[in-house]
Write a protein that binds this ligand. Structure first.
Ligand code: HXC
Length: 270
């Protein structure tokens, strides 16, 4: 799909994208490159997948992509990746927190470690990356932080107590840092994607027939695309959103809106 944005809106910028080796965050990193970014660092735990993604992105964009294997639960690995990024590109303008873990499990059967693991990757990992990038670069230069969230916790979502709690924490981090770091020229915002086609999250959380059932519950009657989310990331980082701070924008076709399913059933609307 052709972008509605000018292709130089991020001219010369550099992004640091956790979870950038696949899915939504790979799409965000690619969109940054396609709109002028001079370089992107992508981070993930699987070195092979990461370097394959980096090669593909370099080839497609003709720009530089650094693959930095990193577990966001380990601050020293994040710091090393930030240092490698600064060495390679000389700056960091945009930090995207996209690394996340999720699976379906009823609370009563979820192990203590299962809950803790998702909290550690999503919430603590987001804090770690924000804190380390602040220290290494953003405090002195300003920039943008984008935290990838979800809508799971707006009402309540069964089988995802771990991810719901984790993303509620992420939203809180977004608001607090917007408040504390706004005076230093750092904008902190979030994106809360709904069901996005072609992602690992979607295939894990709504496999097979659940996919079609889910589409019926979405007011726009389709799944989202990775480009839908990437467009929102471009909006937030391009300057068009220069007065938006502490906000998490929902990109879900209206899917989370409460009452949708019941009301439509009452009206007999399919
Ligand atoms: C129950 C599970 C489980 C599952 C892991 N655990 N998978 N419990 N059901 N399917 C438990 C393990 O048993 C273990 O607890 C603990 O979690 C840690 O698991 P490990 O495999 O040792 O940890 P780790 O290697 O760090 O990886 C865990 C993980 C990974 C990150 C959670 O399994 C995972 O989910 N990867 C998928 C990444 C992904 O899909 N990302 C996109 C997320 S989508 P015990 O007690 O046995 O030691 C997203 C959007 C949400 O976040 C909103 C969508 C609308």
């Amino acid at each position: 799909m052709k972008s509605v944005f000018r292709d130089d809106i991020l001219e010369g910028k550099v992004a640091f994208v956790t979870g950038g080796g696949s899915g939504i965050c790979k799409g965000i990193a690619e969109a940054f490159l396609a709109h002028g970014a001079k370089g992107v660092t992508i981070l993930g735990r699987k070195a092979d997948r990461l370097s394959a993604a980096a090669d593909e992105m370099k080839q497609k964009s003709g720009r530089d992509v650094l693959a930095a294997p990193c577990d966001v639960r380990k601050p020293e690995q994040i710091e090393a990746a930030l240092e490698a990024t600064l060495e390679r590109f000389g700056r960091i303008d945009i930090v995207v927190n996209g690394a996340a873990g999720n699976f379906l499990a009823p609370a009563a059967a979820l192990s203590y470690n299962g809950f803790k693991t998702v909290m550690e990757i999503d919430t603590i990992g987001t804090f770690n990356v924000c804190r380390a990038s602040f220290e290494k670069y953003l405090r002195d230069h300003g920039g943008h932080i984008l935290n990838v969230s979800a809508t799971l916790h707006y009402a309540a979502t069964p089988l995802q107590i771990h991810a719901s709690a984790a993303k509620a924490g992420v939203d809180s981090i977004t608001r607090t840092l917007a408040l504390e770091w706004g005076p230093l020229g750092i904008q902190v915002n979030g994106i809360a994607p709904g069901p996005i086609d072609g992602t690992e999250g979607m295939s894990r959380l709504a496999p097979g027939e659940m996919r079609d059932a889910q589409i019926k519950g979405i007011p726009l009657r389709r799944l989202g695309t990775i480009e839908d989310v990437a467009s929102c990331a471009l909006y937030l980082t391009s300057g068009a959103a220069s007065y938006v701070n502490g906000e998490t924008i929902v990109v879900d076709g209206g899917a989370w809106l409460p009452g949708m399913g019941k009301f439509m059933t009452m009206l007999g609307v399919d």
